[in-house]
Design a protein around this ligand. Sequence first.
Ligand code: NAD
Ligand code: MG
Length: 394
Amino acid sequence: MAVSQGICLLGATGSIGTSTLDIIAQHPDRFHLVSAVAHSNVDKMAAICERFAPRSVVMTDADAAEQLAQRIAHLPVTVASSADDLDAIVSAPEVDQVMAAIMGFAGLRPTLAAIRAGKRILLANKESLVTAGKLFMAEVAKHEVLLLPIDSEHNAIYQSLPQSQQGAMLKDVDKLLLTASGGPFRTWSMAQMQDVTPEQACAHPNWSMGQKISVDSASLMNKGLELIEACWLFGVTPEQVDVVVHPQSIIHSMVSYNDGSVIAQMGNPDMRVPIAYGMTWPERVTTQVAPLNLFQIARLDFEAPDLTRFPNLRLASEAWYAGGTAMATLNAANEVAVAAFLQRQIGFLDIAKVNEKVLELSPVGQVNDLSVVFAADEQARTCAAEVIASRSYT
Ligand code: NAD
Ligand code: MG
C-alpha cells in the first residue's frame, strides 16, 4: 500500500472541492488533507477544518479569514489570507498533490506555484490553462510534473489513450470527440432564450456544479473553454476536435484513431470518478458512484452543435486561432459577462455578444511572459464592464 498522499485543496468549499473531500473521506488510508483554500464561505470551511483537520487554511477574503480564525481557535489550524500565504501552502513539502479547483482566472497563480513546486496537478480549473496555456504547459514540462485533467471530458480522453501516450503528444489519433450535454437550452429557440433567468441557466440537466460553470454550460462557453483546454493539453488544434452534443452525458468523450477505432470512456455523470482517477492514477479506487445501467439508459443520442444559437463555441475557436492573449481576453470578458448575467444586469444571450465585442475591441499580444496574461485579463475586464455599462454590445 502506497504512503498516504498529502492533498492541498484549492476551492475547497465549491462543488469540486466537496467531491474531492468525499474521496478523501472514503479512502483515509490513501489520502489526508494538508491544506485548503477558499474565498469567503466561513461556515463550510469551519466544517472542513473540524472534519479533516488540515494544518493550514487560506481564505482569500480577509474578513472571512479573521472570522474563521476566531471560529476555529480551538483547532491546531493556521489561518491566513494573502497571496503569498497561498503560494506557500501549495508549495509546502507535506503536499504531494494539488487539486486546482478555484473558479476562474483567480486559480492561475496558485496553480502555477504548485507546478513550480513539482506537485502532482489535478486540474479542474480550466480557466488557468485556457488563459495562459503556452506558459502553463511550458512550466509543466520544465518541472516534469504529472498533470491529470479532472474536467470530465479531458479525463475521459486521457483514459482513452494508451498509458504510454498519456501526458505526451498524441500519435495515431485522427480526432478527439469532445462530448457536450448541450445544457438546459439545447432545444430552445433564440426567442425562448431571450428571457431566461439565472435560476433556469443554473439548472443543469445532468451535472450539479458551481454557478459560473453552470451558466457556461448553458451558453456553450464551457465547451468553448474545453475546446481550448483540449488543444493545450493534448497538443492539437480545434480542427482536430469535434464537439459532439450528447444529451445523456454518459459518454464523457472519445478518441478516434486513424485505424477507424473509437475509444470512449463512459459512466454516470459524477465528478468523483475523474477526481478519484486523477488522485490514484495509474491505479483506481472505489468511488461509491452507482455502476452504469445500460438497460435503464436504453439509448444514447448525438447531434452537431448549433453555432448560430450558441456563438460562444465559435468565439472560442476564433480566439484559439487568433492566439496570444486572445484566449485570456475571451475568458475575462466571459467572467465579467456571466457575473453581470447572474446579477440580472444583462440577458442570457447578451453574454456571447459582450464576449464578441470585447474580443473585437482588444488588441492581441504575444504571450511570452505571465505579466502579459495578467495585463490582458485586466484590460478585458475593464473593457467588458464598459461595454456592459454603455450597452454597446447590442
Ligand atoms: P464553485 O463555484 O462551486 O466553487 C469555487 C471554489 O473556488 C469555492 O471554493 C470558492 O471559495 C473558490 N474561489 C472562488 N474565487 C476564489 C478566489 N478569488 N480565491 C480563492 N478561492 C476562490 O465552482 P466549481 O463548480 O467547484 O468549479 C471549480 C472549477 O472547476 C472551475 O474552474 C470549473 O470550471 C472547474 N470544473 C468544475 C466542474 C464541476 O462539475 N463543478 C467540472 C469540471 C471543471
Ligand atoms: Mg467538463
